[in-house]
Design a protein around this ligand. Structure first.
Ligand SMILES: NC(=O)c1ccc[n+]([C@@H]2O[C@H](COP(=O)([O-])OP(=O)(O)OC[C@H]3O[C@@H](n4cnc5c(N)ncnc54)[C@H](O)[C@@H]3O)[C@@H](O)[C@H]2O)c1
Length: 316
């Protein structure tokens, strides 16, 4: 049987994710849903009509859903559900400013996912990311390995892009890594950054690396400030779509994702940005990497910061 993936929320992030997933041509069906009447149906129709030109066979199905759960039958049998429903930031807002509004939205969506697609792997992207991932797990009651969030791939891609531009080298020659939370306590890992296998520290002065780290940490806000009416979606959707594809193909790819950490790095019981091996069951295992003492301290600090916030979402 062909694979089925659902994208909840047909805004910029959701629509672009659906397009990327469809164009991979590895899924039988991509379902796109939203509460705005006709929007997912219209986008799905448009995407389907791109098939003869782009040359892919995946069917895209759009469905308007009600907050009461009407229409959710369309997601039945989904192997993967990507949750993009929720408000994006406006200039000057932090991701945490979205907490209460998006918690209500994500809880409602997650409850319907649990009811209609009880075997799905859930990939959360709604912000604030670490908290919404924890909330989706609570609301679905799915095993923790079957619920993860997208942030680290995006933050890492931003870091890689900045390094490649700075050194005027192909992005493919650059490896970077960011861990921790998708926010102020993002932990870039310079010790794991290389260009053609050479340590980044040998190629750029420490102040320059720090400048790129800061730009990476503020990468989302930089785009929001320019767009003024929404947040980034090209790079974010590329990251979420790759995660969904790794699940569909049971690839075992190691990616930086927001995963349940329990014991790794000496950190107990929290959703946190770490590297993980991704397969059909979601997170197969968290992959621990060697960190310098300051990097490990940063990761632990991030864990404690998100732990406090994740405890709050339980009542939302
Ligand atoms: N994790 C990341 O790296 C990352 C990156 C960028 C954006 N985001 C987040 O992704 C989310 C979506 O961003 P966007 O740019 O697509 O915003 P958007 O405003 O373009 O789209 C959001 C969509 O969600 C829909 N929606 C709201 N409630 C819903 C519900 N109950 N069920 C179904 N759909 C519902 C809205 O109608 C809207 O179409 C935001 O929370 C944003 O902050 C996360």
């Amino acid at each position: 049987m062909g694979k089925k993936v659902t994208v909840v929320g047909a805004g910029f992030y959701g629509a672009t994710t659906a397009q990327r997933l469809a164009e991979y041509d590895v899924f039988e069906t991509v379902v796109l849903t939203d509460i705005i009447d006709g929007k997912p149906e219209g986008l799905a129709l448009d995407l389907c009509q791109s098939r003869p030109i782009e040359g892919f066979e995946t069917r895209i199905v759009g469905r308007t859903t009600g907050v009461d759960g009407s229409g959710y039958e369309v997601i039945e049998g989904s192997d993967i559900v990507v949750i993009t429903a929720g408000l994006p930031r406006k200039p000057g807002m932090s991701r945490m400013d979205l907490l209460e509004t998006n918690a209500k939205i994500v809880r409602g969506v997650a409850e319907n996912v649990a009811k209609y697609a009880p075997h799905a792997v859930v990939i959360v992207v709604s912000n604030p990311l670490d908290e919404m991932t924890a909330l989706a797990q609570l609301a679905t009651q799915f095993p923790k390995n079957r619920v993860m969030g997208q942030a680290g791939m995006l933050d890492t891609a931003r870091f890689t892009n900045f390094v490649a531009e700075e050194l005027k080298v192909p992005v493919s020659s650059v490896r970077t890594l960011t861990l921790g939370s998708h926010g102020d306590t993002m932990v870039p890992v310079p010790s794991r950054c290389t260009v053609d296998g050479k340590p980044l520290a040998d190629l750029l002065p420490a102040e320059k690396v720090e400048e790129l780290v800061v730009r990476t940490r503020n990468g989302g806000a930089e785009v929001v400030a320019l767009l003024k009416t929404g947040s980034a979606f090209y790079a974010p959707s590329a990251a979420a779509a790759r995660m969904a594809r790794a699940v569909a193909e049971d690839s075992g790819a190691v990616m930086p994702v927001c995963a349940w950490v329990d014991g790794e790095y000496g950190i107990g019981g929290v959703y946190l940005g770490v590297e993980a091996e991704i397969g059909a069951a979601g997170v197969r295992r968290v992959v621990e990497t060697d960190l310098t003492a300051p990097e490990l301290a940063g990761l632990k600090e991030a864990a404690e910061a998100v732990r406090a916030k994740q405890a709050d979402v339980a009542d939302m």
